[in-house]
Design a binder for this molecule. Structure first.
Ligand SMILES: Nc1nc2c(ncn2[C@@H]2O[C@H](COP(=O)(O)OP(=O)(O)O)[C@@H](O)[C@H]2O)c(=O)[nH]1
Ligand SMILES: [Mg+2]
Length: 221
């Protein structure tokens, strides 16, 4: 988090983490498509010829909430391949919240688990608390066959503290919800630590409504 109190500007770092090919880049592409041109920066993606993320993607978003506060979001993805382990740790430095993008396909269960375990290790190495860090779990690719059932998702949701959000990133389904529910958790977390609501006179509800409006989000794809 960077807070420029004089300029009333809050910059947050959000990271989309997950196994290779779970749909992290697709989430950013969908967000870029759904957000008003005035509120979004350029989507930086660095890809190899095999169409896989080489280093990271970055989508900068800016939401001006009246003249009380400007919220700037830097949304990063990590590269999924095993060789980029060190890069993933570096990208997680100073993160304010994580969206863990899991692949709903049953065959991907092990990859999801390995990526999650690895992420926890990186967070610890970066001095971040795995228990306290704002996090949402996105179960992506709900349109495919042989996926974890809705029942399993409900069970997962019941036993984890993180919100569980089903999605079809390619169609923009669940993408905005993932971003906003993460932002909500991040705001509550930072408010606890820094008293943001009192400082800026912006409640959690006002923040979400304001960001949604400022981003000019069009639902669907
Ligand atoms: N069927 C389906 N395919 C998806 C979905 N989300 C992503 N994909 C596909 O999965 C592949 C990997 O997506 P990508 O975003 O590059 O994965 P990343 O490695 O996590 O960045 C691409 O071919 C996407 O089109 C989804 O919700 N449904
Ligand atoms: Mg990618």
């Amino acid at each position: 988090m960077q807070l420029d109190f004089a300029a009333k500007q809050l910059t947050l770092k959000l990271v989309y983490y997950g196994p290779a090919l779970s749909g992290k880049t697709t989430n950013l592409q969908a967000l870029h498509r759904l957000v008003a041109p005035t509120a979004r920066g350029q989507l930086m993606t660095l890809e190899t010829r095999e169409d896989r993320t080489l280093f990271f993607d970055l989508l900068p978003l800016t939401a001006q909430l009246s003249d009380a506060l400007q919220v700037r979001l830097k949304v990063f993805t990590v590269p999924g391949q095993l060789v980029h382990n060190a890069t993933r740790r570096i990208i997680l430095q100073g993160v304010d919240g994580v969206a863990f993008i899991a692949d709903s396909q049953i065959i991907e269960t092990r990859h999801n688990q390995e990526a999650f375990r690895e992420m926890c290790g990186h967070l610890q190495a970066n001095g971040l608390s795995v228990e306290d860090l704002p996090m949402v779990l996105q179960l992506n690719k709900r349109d495919l066959p042989n996926i974890r059932s809705d029942e399993e998702l409900r069970a997962l949701s019941a036993r984890t503290r993180e919100p569980v959000i089903p999605s079809i990133a390619t169609q923009g389904v669940g993408v905005v919800e993932t971003l906003l529910s993460l932002l909500d958790l991040v705001w509550l977390d930072l408010d606890r630590k820094h008293g943001l609501q009192a400082k800026f006179g912006v409640s959690s509800e006002a923040l979400l409504t304001g960001v949604r409006e400022a981003l000019g989000i069009r639902e669907g794809a």
